[in-house]
Design a protein around this ligand. Structure first.
Ligand SMILES: NC(=O)c1ccc[n+]([C@@H]2O[C@H](COP(=O)([O-])OP(=O)(O)OC[C@H]3O[C@@H](n4cnc5c(N)ncnc54)[C@H](OP(=O)(O)O)[C@@H]3O)[C@@H](O)[C@H]2O)c1
Length: 377
């Protein structure tokens, strides 16, 4: 049973520990939950900044609804980082509901977002609780940009791009959990929103993104479709939303695209067990260990939303640094609102709709993690 109001689940992981950093900065006591208390203690000692000033406990729990319900009970908010969420997410969502906790997570996978909405949205609403997937760099930054564009009267169509840079000529800097989540996307349908309906992308869809922030076009992919078309599907203001993801390093994204094509021809028809083995091999060979803490001189991001109405046209851009650190900060910003009972909606909801895009942007800006510009077109 949790002694403190905020649970960080996946407490031995890269992102879980960054959430702890951000909670400690706000002086919020937390309960760290993971499948190995010993590993969690060791990892936290190595990685969590300001741990000496934290008020916390560690609880070991299996990844099952029963065990997690026991661990979460007593808390108000669960910050869940155990992914790939398509594989592991719903167990923790169910446990948080049973424990009477709000649930926010660091997912981004569209299929999982739809499952949370369809299987748990009403149940959370009836319980007076919030379930807000994807309260994380991807795609809360793009959602903030989209909401800034929607402040222009008449905008009903959104195109978004999420573009990120890690160390030069490699995807290093992506965590083990993120790499697993990226390769899991090949198994899932990826949709965009067109005329109020979710429509599948072609399996080999890609984009040449031309933006004023870059000299050369950026090669992008639907990246599973992103969570945004699902968040905007039931938004009366929006008729269409298409989202792309790119890296500053086009070669790395081209590599992912080639793997996606190979998935379609060679792996798609394998059994789940065989596919699991293929994905495990890909993760082990591309991301063997936990990466170091991000640096503002290296990890930088641009999230853009172009909004269009009949004649209205606007571009909103959020420039950012250190996306994983930003994810920790976004989770803490959301936890503060939930602890204060200040979420604008209950049930299934996006971070911007629950906590306010201006609040989230301000929280990031105050910590030097984001800067937004809005340009009429
Ligand atoms: N959308 C975004 O912007 C964004 C940002 C950050 C993270 N994420 C997502 O968040 C997830 C975690 O990322 P990360 O960077 O923290 O990865 P990570 O460093 O690999 O940590 C993963 C955590 O999940 C736990 N875990 C893994 N498999 C488990 C299982 N079967 N049962 C119970 N716990 C398990 C790990 O525990 P052990 O230590 O015991 O293995 C660890 O605590 C990924 O899905 C990633 O894509 C998304």
């Amino acid at each position: 049973m949790a002694k403190y109001p905020v649970v960080v689940y996946g407490a031995s992981g890269y992102t879980g520990m960054l959430i702890m950093d951000a909670l400690i900065d706000q002086n919020i006591p937390f309960t760290a939950v993971a499948r190995s208390a010993q590993r969690t203690r060791e990892m936290m000692a190595q990685r969590v900044v300001r741990l000496e000033s934290a008020t916390y406990e560690i609880i070991e729990a299996d990844h099952s609804v029963e065990s997690l319900t026991r661990a979460f009970t007593g808390a108000k908010v669960v910050c869940n980082t155990v992914g790939p969420f398509g594989n592991f997410g719903l167990v923790a969502v169910e446990a948080a509901l049973k424990a009477g906790c709000h649930h926010i997570d660091t997912s981004g996978e569209q299929g999982y977002t739809r499952q949370v909405r369809d299987q748990f949205g009403d149940l959370y609403r009836q319980a007076g609780l919030v379930v807000a997937p994807s309260t994380s760099y991807m795609y809360t930054f793009a959602e903030i940009a989209a909401e800034l564009a929607l402040e222009t009267e008449g905008v009903d169509t959104l195109e978004t791009a999420t573009i990120w840079r890690g160390p030069r000529h490699s995807a290093a800097g992506v965590t083990v959990g993120s790499t697993a989540s990226i390769f899991e996307l090949f198994r899932q349908e990826q949709c965009y929103l067109w005329d109020k309906k979710l429509v599948p992308h072609a399996a080999d869809a890609s984009f040449e993104l031309v933006l004023p922030d870059f000299i050369q076009p950026v090669f992008g992919l639907p990246w599973g479709g992103t969570s945004l078309p699902v968040f905007f599907e039931q938004d009366a203001r929006v008729r269409a939303c298409i989202s792309a993801v790119g890296f500053y390093d086009n070669a790395v994204m081209q590599f992912v695209h080639q793997v996606g094509k190979k998935w379609e021809t060679e792996y798609k028809h394998m059994s789940k067990g065989e596919q699991d083995a293929v994905i495990k091999h890909m993760v082990d060979s591309t991301t063997p260990v936990m990466p170091p803490r991000e640096r503002t001189t290296i990890q930088r991001s641009v999230d853009v939303a172009i909004g269009r109405g009949q004649l209205a046209a606007v571009r909103a851009t959020v420039h950012g640094v250190t996306p994983y650190i930003s994810t920790g900060v976004l989770q803490a910003a959301a936890a503060i609102k939930l602890l204060d009972n200040e979420a604008a909606k209950r049930g299934f909801v996006s971070a911007s709709k629950a906590f306010g895009h201006r609040y989230l942007l301000g929280f990031l800006e105050q910590r030097g993690l984001a800067r937004a510009t809005v340009t009429p077109l």
